[in-house]
Design a protein around this ligand. Sequence first.
Ligand code: 13P
Length: 251
Amino acid sequence: MRKKVIAGNWKMNMLPNETIEYIENLSKLVKNSENEVILCVPYVDLFYALLIAQNTNIKIGAQNMHFEEKGAYTGEVSAKMLKSINVEYVIIGHSERRQYFNETDETVNKKVKAAFENGLKPIVCVGETLEEREEGKTADKITMQTELALKDLTPEQVQNTIIAYEPIWAIGTGKTATSEDANNSIKEIRKKIAEIYGQNIAQRVIIQYGGSVKSKNAKELFNMSDIDGGLVGGASLDPQEFSKIVNFNEN
Ligand code: 13P
């Protein structure tokens, strides 16, 4: 059986001193959780987060990286740099990066490969716009994004990729996909992975749901057959609220 993986995406929020206090609080609240807990924090918070999360069950991730190892890319951070301070996870291709920072399916694929080459585990985001949904193009969009993100990976790498299905219209809007809708979309993604890499691999890939996940709706969403946890934005900024999402199966 696949485990549940709950990741917080802080986006551009939280200062180092807030990071320290937050993780000290959260670690007490989730220490008995059977679910995997990840916090994806801004670059400047990574070092502090890693330090305070040592000897806890909280794993730390970044929110982006460059696909080149080093060079004249002012302002960028490479997978090798993240790995050198023991970062474990990295979000790749979040819709906000696709929308505001020209991230494409091609750069997403390059980043996923570079992440694996450097021993990082990628959390790859896919999702449709409201317009695409209304035109009935959801399955096409998200299966295409998945296929392109995973292009030329080894089966083992595919198996170790976390995919986050995040319908763009549900991000930060308070609108959540219904649990059936989210589950069906995730089944489409799994079906596509099975077509390319086989059922065995597809059944092992962790596929999360993201988009207005809160403690109130987490249990219903995460209990669906194909939803293996969540990528949580706004509700991950409060350790109490986030701990309730992580501990969804205890409430
Ligand atoms: P919200 O949970 O704030 O809707 O954000 C979702 C998201 O984008 C996580 O990556």
